[in-house]
Design a protein around this ligand. Sequence first.
Ligand SMILES: Nc1ncnc2c1ncn2[C@@H]1O[C@H](COP(=O)(O)OP(=O)(O)OP(=O)(O)O)[C@@H](O)[C@H]1O
Length: 228
Amino acid sequence: MIKITDLEKYYRTEEVQTVALNKLSFEVKEGEFVAIMGPSGCGKSTLLNIVGLLDDPDGGTFIFNDIDVTNFNERKRANLRKHNIGFVFQSFNLIDELTVFENVELPLIYTGIKPAERKERVEKVLEKMQIMHRRNHFPQQLSGGQQQRVAIARAVVNNPKLILADEPTGNLDSSNGNEVMDLLTELNEQGTTIIMVTHSEHDAKYSHRIIRMLDGQKVTENILTEAL
Ligand SMILES: Nc1ncnc2c1ncn2[C@@H]1O[C@H](COP(=O)(O)OP(=O)(O)OP(=O)(O)O)[C@@H](O)[C@H]1O
């Protein structure tokens, strides 16, 4: 599904140039659950932004679903992104002014789904995430664990092939964190490919494979289990 070869990304300010990704290469197959680990500043978020088609690399190639997307412009990237990729962030990134239902409905509006079908799909995913009883609440009225369940509902409502999760349990206690990891595992078992950045060895154990990074490069890879 993903083939990255010699990926490079630089950040330039007037005085200095930071190498965020230094000829990084790896592959992720459809159905895999991959964890990415490494110290602060090693380039994990930069990598996730490129894989999520939110940013473009300065060198190397990126193949997504057999398409070379390395030089896609923003319009083409956005189109591919909204149909194929769901995002889950550490800080949930829900819109405070919208209800639970409206937050989850938003990606369906972007992809042009009609209201009746939107209602059906949002309700189905809220049921699945066991948050239906809070459908008319606003994010601030929910616990952290509930907010992350809403964020996962929003990430999956368009049935993306790929979920990118950036420290999804970073703001949760261990019981809510485990619940989120169980949800991600369940989605993976149903066929969704997952790439998760984490600082937690505990969370990384839910994955099939751990890629460890240092200074913008891959240093090791541990295979834990085979993907289904
Ligand atoms: N917008 C930016 N401008 C300048 N430098 C940046 C920018 N974004 C990231 N960097 C630098 O690029 C390098 C990689 O950053 P990145 O955020 O990808 O690391 P990370 O592994 O995700 O870190 P963390 O675990 O702390 O989130 C760091 O040295 C960082 O300071």
